[in-house]
Design a protein around this ligand. Structure first.
Ligand code: PAF
Length: 276
């Protein structure tokens, strides 16, 4: 695997490349979910580029940024063993040579779920992903379903700004007990780790009871709040076609059931996609 630390080095590696490039943008602390993205990218494209960059612009909470796990050596070993071809690891100075005041406003998506609870987050994601798309020039970019709303805003970004890249959403990889793989899981205390699979369990209950969504959601919220170390930010259903939050469902249509909660100061999100 070749490693580029600057945009110039990356472009030197890619400039004469005629292969279809698959791109997996990450913030590192890689786990099996990221490695699945690399494997899918390998199976669908001819040259796989991964980036590791903890993007300060998308953190609305300084503490979350400071505590974000960094495991670069381990990440390099994992990417090498999974056949990643090029790793791009820029510094913050390299990515933001000039301070940007650009703001990308996703209007409706900023007013619901992650957009509502993490002001500025999607702007930060969109700015860095746009820059990375320009540097890497991928044919297909791969994103994990766990960040479902992020997948929606990136698709909106690509459509609206005509990026010549296809977005592929790869299903969430889970621990044996159902907990969605996340770089933040390592920050869970032993007690919080035991509680965490309850998020997925509740999503499964909701998926099985979509015809009584509101009642089931209220029961789930009641059950979840019995746990004093768990605080639910939201439980919402989105129409996968329109991206709108809904409470009524139409037969045959696809919905994303999403949850976000903080357990012992660690914020976790999860979702399942289901057809009604
Ligand atoms: O999903 C992530 O890890 C990040 O939001 C991304 C897409 C790499 C942008 O920083």
């Amino acid at each position: 695997m070749q490693i580029a630390k600057t945009v110039q080095d990356l472009r030197l590696l890619l400039d004469n490349c005629t292969k279809n490039i698959g791109f997996v943008p990450t913030m590192g602390a890689l786990h099996a979910g990221h490695l699945r993205l690399i494997d899918v990218a390998k199976s669908k494209t001819e040259l796989v580029v991964c980036s590791i960059f903890v993007n300060p612009l998308q953190f609305n909470n300084a503490d979350d940024l400071a505590k974000y796990p960094i495991t670069l050596e381990q990440d390099i070993a994992l990417l090498t063993s999974h056949g990643c071809d090029i790793l791009f690891i820029p510094t913050t100075e390299e990515m933001y040579k000039k301070k940007t005041t650009l703001e990308i406003n996703f209007s409706y998506q900023n007013s619901v779920m992650e957009g509502l609870h993490r002001p500025g987050h999607f702007n930060g994601v969109a700015v860095v992903v746009s820059k990375l798309f320009h540097y890497v020039q991928p044919k297909i970019a791969f994103f994990g379903q766990k960040d479902l709303q992020q997948c929606l805003i990136i698709s909106q970004l690509v459509d609206s700004l005509s990026f010549p890249v296809a977005i592929e959403i790869v299903p969430t990889v889970r621990e044996k007990d159902g907990l969605a793989m996340s770089s933040r899981n390592v920050r869970l205390s032993a007690e919080a780790r035991k509680i965490a699979p309850i998020l997925y369990q509740n999503l499964e209950i909701l998926a099985a009871n979509l015809q009584q969504f509101i009642t089931t959601k209220n029961e789930c919220l009641k059950q979840l709040t019995i746990n004093s170390s768990l605080e639910v930010s939201y439980i919402q259903a989105i129409d996968m076609h329109t991206g709108l939050v809904v409470e009524n469902f139409e037969k045959g249509k696809k919905y994303g059931l999403c949850i976000a909660a903080t357990i012992d100061n660690v914020r976790l999100i999860d979702n399942v996609i289901t057809v009604y």
